[in-house]
Design a protein around this ligand. Structure first.
Ligand code: 5GP
Length: 215
């Protein structure tokens, strides 16, 4: 399959990161694009693994240098996808999994029309609150801000190719895997298709000419 960008969006707490992790563990045709951000490191996060944590100045310098394929502001912090991450994954023949909010997803759609956009939906508001509060990494004020933001983000679902209900993690991961397998069969995603068809047509014509036809 020709590698492409797989964009996962959801409101914060919607579960896209968990889905992405499970998928990446299960499939080696995928690789995670580690984003850059100016937000503070949370407990347990590792620089270069969860994010590339950058100072604001450095982030903006890299914006100027054209290092990002997209970037956006979310809750006062800057987030962006580094071109170098995508180049590295594509050179390994892997599809890049991106965890981005909706503004970044719009930018990607505009510059990569071949990208695939999935929106992960929480089953209910209660689940969203529980997941956000359960992280214990954010203050109640931030949880409230993210919940308010979630209401706006949910309205963007119509811009996406697929909506995944994340009630049962295993089921959600299986659905995304099924979508990927179907997408791999799209004519424009099949790398060897053009030379294969050229060969096949030649062979078909040759085989046809060998068929003896009685006068
Ligand atoms: P968090 O701070 O919870 O890790 O992420 C906050 C939001 O930023 C999430 O909606 C996440 O999808 C988004 N985000 C993470 N990385 C990127 C990125 O590279 N670009 C954009 N536009 N959003 C990102």
């Amino acid at each position: 399959m020709r590698p492409f960008l797989l964009v996962l969006s959801s409101p914060s707490g919607g579960g896209k990161t968990t889905i992405a992790r499970s998928l990446l563990q299960a499939r080696d045709d995928l690789g995670y694009s580690v984003s850059a951000t100016t937000r503070p490191v949370r407990d347990g996060e590792r620089d270069g693994v969860d994010y590339h944590f950058l100072a604001r100045d450095e982030f903006l310098r890299r914006v100027e240098a054209g290092d990002f394929i997209e970037w956006a502001t979310y809750a006062g912090n800057l987030y962006g996808t580094l071109r170098s991450e995508i180049d590295a994954l594509f050179s390994q023949g892997r599809t890049a999994v991106l965890d981005v909010e909706i503004e970044g997803a719009r930018q990607i759609r505009a510059s990569f029309p071949n990208s695939l956009h999935l929106f992960v939906l929480p089953p209910s508001a209660e689940v969203l609150v529980d997941r956000l509060a359960g992280r214990n990494t954010e203050s109640p004020a931030i949880v409230r801000e993210r919940m308010t933001h979630a209401a706006d983000e949910l309205a963007a679902v119509a811009e996406y190719d697929y909506a995944i209900f994340n009630e049962d993690l295993d089921l959600a991961v299986a659905e995304v895997a099924a979508i990927l397998d179907a997408e791999a069969r799209r004519v424009n995603r099949q790398e060897g298709l053009t030379p294969f068809i050229a060969r096949l047509r030649r062979d078909v014509i040759a085989a046809a000419s060998r068929i003896a036809v009685s006068p």
